[in-house]
Design a protein around this ligand. Structure first.
Ligand SMILES: [Zn+2]
Ligand SMILES: [Zn+2]
Length: 263
């Protein structure tokens, strides 16, 4: 899959004013926003996905006020770890976005992409005392990999940043924001996206199982850990070099749906 991925991104021409690395990061992140829209995980113009431009201390994030279907590589906004804009983008950024995302990028240097959604199924689970229940194969990737963060109000205050980092902890890749939503992270956009896809599906399944009222069939802890390690490729946080096959497929899909999305 490495080759497929490489070939697709190699076909993109870097416009003037961007390094090859930054433009590739912009294309990957814009694709992520488009796919969040495609799957219907959007909340109007709110929520965010941030991506650290590899080798820098700069993040890319959505321009506040644009629908995800309007996001393109060039209208993403570049900010520093303190949430200040470092390009001449005419767009504002969302304050809650910069507070949450800069905190997690700063606090967890192994994390390069931070995704945050308010999907209703996840919000339903975020309001349950039992938290997320890993109940089946794909959900086992979250076994002992989810942190929980108590609700304090809309995250606009820098004083909450350290508590967010502490709630995620050193080894989790997913953070359930209690009574709020969820954050998934990854060494790149594709990993964070795959985890978002699976946590949303996992919450949907959990709610169905709970509503059924049936007696739970519990997989063994050994099987859950083994499955998680199979997903993680043996590397505790997912293996930054492992490429996911769905990502080139999404690239092809978006190029069919909107042939001019890279602009
Ligand atoms: Zn966010
Ligand atoms: Zn939120």
């Amino acid at each position: 899959m490495d080759q497929t991925m490489k070939d697709i991104f190699a076909s993109a021409v870097t416009p003037a004013g961007y390094s090859d690395i930054e433009w590739k990061a912009r294309v990957e992140l814009a694709l992520c926003y488009r796919m969040v829209d495609y799957y219907g995980w959007t909340t109007q113009v709110y929520n965010h996905v941030s991506y650290r431009i590899p080798g820098t201390e700069h993040l890319l994030i959505n321009a506040f006020g644009l629908l995800y279907s309007e996001i393109t590589p060039s209208n993403l906004v570049k900010i520093d770890f303190d949430g200040n804009k470092v390009d001449d983008s005419p767009y504002p950024i969302n304050k809650a976005g910069s507070v949450i995302h800069t905190a997690l990028h700063k606090g967890r240097p192994d994390v390069h992409c931070v995704m945050h959604t308010h999907n209703p199924d996840v919000q339903a689970v975020s309001a349950l005392k039992c938290g997320f229940m890993p109940l089946y194969q794909e959900a086992f990737m979250f076994y002992d990999r989810i942190g929980y963060h108590d609700f304090e109000g809309i995250v606009l205050d820098e004083s909450e940043q350290q508590r967010l980092v502490d709630s995620l902890g050193p080894t989790n890749h997913t953070l359930m924001l209690n009574n709020h939503g969820v954050i998934t992270t990854g060494p790149d956009v594709a990993w964070a996206f795959m985890r978002m896809y699976q946590i949303i599906q996992g919450c949907q399944v959990q709610l169905k199982v709970m509503a059924s009222g049936g007696e739970l069939l519990q997989a063994s802890e050994e099987a859950m850990i083994r499955t998680r390690e199979q997903f993680e490729g043996g590397d505790a946080q997912g293996g930054a070099e492992v490429r996911l096959p769905e990502w080139p497929a999404y690239y092809r899909l978006m190029s069919r749906l909107d042939p001019n999305w890279i602009r």
